[in-house]
Design a protein around this ligand. Sequence first.
Ligand SMILES: [Zn+2]
Length: 121
Amino acid sequence: MRCDKCDTEVADDEIFVHAGRNLCEDCYITVMARPKPCDPGAVSAARASRELQGQKGNQGLTPVQRKLYDYLKDKGKAKREDVAAYMDMPMEDLEGVFAVLRHMCLVRGFKENDTIFFTLM
Ligand SMILES: [Zn+2]
């Protein structure tokens, strides 16, 4: 299988699916741990809609988003796989929840010793 981003040939079991794209580990990490992870448009839109509802910071999250947020808040950082197990959802669904929180600048991903961790911003 080829990485959708850099076109490198990667073994099927080393492909990371992110936002519907097949990525090699390097590209996945780049996407997950970008130095500027916030999408200004998405953030201001999320912020604007939450401010309209009188919500700030981590308020106004859906129950699933809050569960993930509270887990990371409690743990400090957690392995991606542990988060998926705790959330009891497939990695692909977890990525979706994570992506939304990331757009809100609440969480981020990083890599340590070849392990991918999630943590709060
Ligand atoms: Zn790649």
